[in-house]
Design a protein around this ligand. Structure first.
Ligand code: GTQ
Length: 360
């Protein structure tokens, strides 16, 4: 292309631009386009996500979720879930560009039939207790705050035995890497022949083998996913309570721990990192931001998440999303516990994860 000197007259400029436009039109049928018109958008100076911050108030959602149980059974739905879709990503079924979130409901006596898929899933129990999920032949009973994983390509079914005293509905947050798998066009899934899996190992078996900072000497666990299916809230909460007693809070994060794959020290699943953090009453964090857009679920406490200057009041069971690189400040009115997940392990694996802790 002929260069246009900055000193060129307006008419020369217009003529040059017209020539360029005509050229773009001529190459379009060949499915070609000029990079120089797109470069700034394709290679931005810093992340420019279309995703917006948002909060889902559980008190508002719960009645709608309960209503869904009158419309369809868990069995017919396969998974009776209300998807939390980012308001700025309509039609995507995504809460960030890479992550999916939904609230799944199971009623006493129901079964969500066994299937498997390459998408990895996490469950974070929000409401009720006594439902279970079975993963690869091992059952885990759910209680609020428990973090449970379903590794890629493992059979899983969910159920709720009506007779065990705990007879109410059970709701959990589903976090999946659905948008990532869709991005790679690498999705496979299949239904099991049985509605529910045959249980082959006693409850707590994986935890006994891998959950005590010890691992079996002879084992064949080759996958990149944690061999522990369930990380009970009682244990994670106790760890935070001990830290609160013994060391000062981090000015940005409070006391924040990440869940581990005990065999690698990495995240429990290859695609999603998960965290639990405690903010003391009166905490007013400094601002930080990170390239991993993050989904938060409030477990205990009340406060405000200031996301890019927009305040979101939160209370227990609420869910909010912090887009990539959005400055985040957390304010806690009471002792507050937040669970969160993001695509951090993927960004770290390809060497692009960044975060910054601002002095403000
Ligand atoms: O529980 O297997 O929210 O396959 C979305 C897709 C849950 C599940 C979701 C799923 C599941």
């Amino acid at each position: 292309m002929q260069e246009i000197a900055p000193s060129s007259s307006p008419s020369t400029l217009t003529a040059a631009h017209d020539r360029r436009r005509r050229y773009y039109q001529r190459i379009k049928p060949l499915h070609l386009k000029p990079l120089w018109e797109e470069l700034h958008a394709l290679v931005p100076n810093e992340p420019r996500t279309p995703c917006v911050p948002a909060l889902w108030c559980y008190a508002d959602i719960r009645p709608k979720l309960m209503e869904s149980a009158e419309l369809i059974s868990a069995e017919e739905a396969v998974r009776r879930v209300l998807i939390l879709e980012n308001p700025a990503l309509p039609g995507s079924s995504s809460i960030t560009q890479s992550l999916y979130a939904g609230l799944q409901l199971i009623m006493p006596g129901e079964i969500a039939p066994s299937h498997r898929h390459v998408q990895s899933a996490l469950r974070f129990i929000v409401d009720g207790r006594g439902a279970y999920t079975t993963v690869s032949g091992e059952r885990t009973t759910m209680a609020p705050g428990d973090f449970i994983i379903t590794p890629s390509w493992t059979w899983h079914d969910h159920g709720h035995a009506a007779d065990e005293g705990a007879s109410g509905p059970v709701v959990w947050l589903d976090g999946l890497d659905i948008p990532m798998v869709r991005f790679f066009d690498a999705g496979f899934a299949e239904n099991d022949t049985a509605r529910a899996q045959h249980v082959t190992r006693p409850e707590g078996h994986s935890y006994a083998r891998f959950g005590y900072n010890m691992a079996p000497v002879r084992h064949d666990h080759a996958s990149g996913t944690s061999p522990i299916f369930s990380y009970p809230y009682a244990r994670s909460r106790e760890a935070l309570a001990r830290l609160q007693r013994d060391e000062p809070a981090d000015p940005w994060l409070g006391w924040k721990l990440r869940y581990l794959n005990p065999l690698t020290g990495g995240a429990p699943m290859p695609t999603m990192a998960t965290f639990l953090q405690l903010l003391p009453a009166g905490f007013n964090s400094r601002i930080h931001h990170a390239t991993d857009g993050t989904v938060y679920c409030v477990v205990e406490g009340r406060g405000t998440a200031d996301i890019g200057g927009q305040p979101f009041r939160f209370q227990p069971q609420d869910i909010f999303v912090v887009p990539s690189w959005a400055p985040l400040r957390l304010l806690a009115d009471e002792d507050t516990v937040l669970f969160s997940y993001s695509d951090r392990p993927v960004q770290q694996a390809i060497g692009i994860h960044r975060e910054a802790f601002l002095s403000a």
